[in-house]
Design a protein around this ligand. Structure first.
Ligand code: 6GU
Length: 263
């Protein structure tokens, strides 16, 4: 029997309560119940060394803001290694990191033990980076802390674990998985305020439906995300579908093609 992939995720934060958002709802809650994932939310204050449990101090060099101390992160790290005899894979969410996408999520989903260090304020003492394996940004904008990015990353990577999402094909059909956007979805009623579900989806002809959806994905990607389409390597079937799309367009309205013919 195939070994079930499990993942252990530890998060170090000064706001553990924020993580109730992902732990208590939907597929992640179910994945925790099914023990596909263990998510430990740890309070950074528990790793401080002084009685006031201070986690940040003013930065050196006349900075305005506060900088998070290196010590609590290192204490956590040392304890983790001591108790398990091996290093976890440490992720530091930060605007300076590699920009997050589905491919990076897929890579992270392969790890057995992940640790997220959530920073706040002006940032974390630079020396923490020495024990970080991957710095990850969720986009070119600035948030006040690493908690929301950590939740974004966890939710994305958990979708790749077998058993977290109902069916494997629904993950494989997701936007970006194969370099294309997802096709359109419809449910009941067939006629909603005069808008009809495409006939073919009611036909029961699985092969034609598959091609119809592929066509929809290709068109959507070209129209909404041409940058993705340009990067996509097309297989023979996809090329054939594109030829068909252009031929249909030509047959419907040859005049649209006139200008390019004149060039
Ligand atoms: Cl990972 N952290 C913060 N604080 N801001 C961000 C980010 C991460 N990614 C984009 N902006």
């Amino acid at each position: 029997m195939e070994q079930i992939k499990r993942i252990k995720i530890s998060v170090l934060t000064i706001f553990p309560g924020m993580f109730d958002i992902i732990r208590n709802y939907g597929v992640i809650k179910k994945a925790i119940e099914k023990k596909l994932v263990e998510i430990d939310i740890l309070n950074l204050r528990d790793y401080t060394t002084d009685k006031h449990k201070v986690t940040d101090k003013p930065g050196y060099g006349g900075e305005n803001g506060m900088v998070m101390l290196a010590e609590p992160f290192y204490r956590f790290y040392d304890e983790y290694i001591l108790s398990k005899n091996h290093k976890p894979y440490v992720v530091l969410p930060s605007p300076q990191g590699e920009v997050f996408n589905n491919d990076l999520a897929f890579e992270l989903a392969k790890k057995e033990e992940l640790v997220f260090f959530c920073g706040r304020y002006e940032g974390i003492d630079e020396r923490v980076r020495k024990i970080v394996d991957k710095e990850v940004s969720i986009g070119d904008y600035v948030l006040t802390g690493g908690e929301i990015p950590t939740m974004v990353i966890i939710e994305t990577l958990l979708r790749f674990l077998p058993g977290v999402i109902g069916s494997k094909t629904s993950v494989e059909n997701d936007s970006f998985y194969n370099g294309l956007l997802d096709y359109s979805h419809y449910t009941k009623p067939q006629n909603f305020r005069g808008m009809q579900v495409p006939e073919i989806l009611l036909s029961g002809d699985h092969e034609r439906i598959r091609i119809f959806r592929k066509k929809d994905s290709l068109l959507k990607t070209i129209l909404k995300r041409p940058d993705l389409f340009i990067k996509k390597e097309l297989d023979e079937e996809e090329k054939k579908i594109l030829v068909e799309i252009i031929q249909e367009m030509f047959n419907k309205n040859p005049d649209n093609f006139k200008e390019s013919k004149d060039v």
